[in-house]
Design a protein around this ligand. Sequence first.
Ligand code: ADP
Ligand code: GN1
Ligand code: MG
Length: 376
Amino acid sequence: MASLQLASANIDEVIAVYNLENIANGILTKQCPYGSGHINDTFLLCFETPANDQKQYILQRINHTIFHNPPQLMENIVNITRFLRNKITAQGGEPDRETLNVIKTKHGTNWYQDSDNNYWRIYQFIENSLCLEQVKSEKDFYDSAVAFGNFQKMLADFPTELLHETIPNFHHTPSRFQAFQKALNEGIPTRIALAQNEIAFALERECETTILTNLLKEGQLPLRVTHNDTKLNNILFDADTKKALCIIDLDTVMPGLSLYDFGDSIRFGANTAAEDETDLSKVSLDLSLFEAFTKGYLEGCGGSLTDKEIAMLPMGAKLMTYECGIRFLSDFLLGDTYFKIHRENQNLDRAKTQFRLVADMEAKWDTMAEIVRKYQ
Ligand code: ADP
Ligand code: GN1
Ligand code: MG
C-alpha cells in the first residue's frame, strides 16, 4: 500500500535530487498518496509559487518486484512518449497534455534509485483533467475507445526493436493458467478451501486459454504495439471538453494482441459493477457499453484491424476477463503479494466479479457476436 509515512524520508531525498523546488519555482505545500492503481505507489506533489500559482507533479515509486528492470522500463516510456510527442505535434495537438512528460533529475536521468534501492520517476501533472473509475456515460466510454484505438494506430510504426519486454508473457493466457495451477499446488490451504467454486470455474475453462495465442502462433492474428493495461482509469479526460485527452500508465506498452487491449477495457468499463464488488448480482456485461466501445475502438484503429481480429473481439473480452480472474485468484491463494489490497479477501472478490462477468458474456455470446458483425 502507498504509505506516505514509510516513504516520506525517501520522498524528500527524491525531491532534492530532482531539484523540484527550482523547477517548480515554489515551495512544497502538499504531498499525498494519489490514484487507485494496484501496482505502483503514486503521490501528488503540490508546489506554491511566490505569485501564489500552483504547480503539481506525479511522483511514482516503481514496483520493482513486479517490473524487474525499471531502467529499461523507463527507456521504453521515454522512447514511446518522444515518438508520440512528434506525432501529436505533427497533428497540431498539444503534446504537453496529450502524452506523459517525464521530468529529469538534476543529473539528467529519467529515474532515480534512492538509498533504499527504490526506483522513482516524476511526471508533469496533466492539469485540468479527470480520471474516471467507472463509466459515467456511454459517450465517455466511446471516447475512451477511440483514444485507445488511436493510441495503437499512432504506435503502429514504432520501431519494436527499441521495446524491452517489461513483464515477459504478460498477456499469455496459457502461462497465466500454468501460474494458476502452481498457485493451486503451493497456495494457502484455508484459502484454497474458501475458493472452491472459483477454482472449479477456472479449471472448467482450461481448453479456451490457448485460443488467441494459438491464432497468433499460426499467423492468423498480428502482433502489434499495444498498451496492455487499458483500464478506464488509465486515461485522462479533459475537464472542460470532457473528451479523452491522454493515455497514461505506459509501463506495459509492449508487442501484444489488439484483442487483449479491447478486452481489458470491456472487462473493466462495460461491467455494471466495480472490479471488487461484493454483491455479485450487480455484475453483468452492459451490451450498450460493449457496442459503444466496439464502435469507438474500430474507428480509433482507423480501419487497421484485420477481419479475423474483428471477428475475435468477443473472445478478446472473454479471455481477458478470465485471465484477470485467474490472476486475482492466484494472488489470493498465494497470500496477496502482487495486487494491492485494502481489505481482507479483496482479491477473491475481484476474481469472483471477473468470473461472474465471464459467465454473463457466455450467456450473451450470440448478441456480442451480432454487435461486432454490425461494424465489420
Ligand atoms: P498504476 O500503475 O499504479 O496504475 P498510474 O500510472 O495509472 O499508476 O497512476 C495512478 C493514477 O495517478 C492514475 O489513475 C491517475 O489518476 C493519476 N495520474 C498518473 N499520471 C498522471 C499525470 N501525469 N497527470 C495527472 N494524473 C496522473
Ligand atoms: C493492474 O496498475 P494498474 O492498476 O493499472 C495490472 C493489470 C490488471 C489490473 C487489474 C502491471 O493495473 O494487468 O489488469 O491491475 N497491472 C500490472 O485491475 O500487472
Ligand atoms: Mg493505472
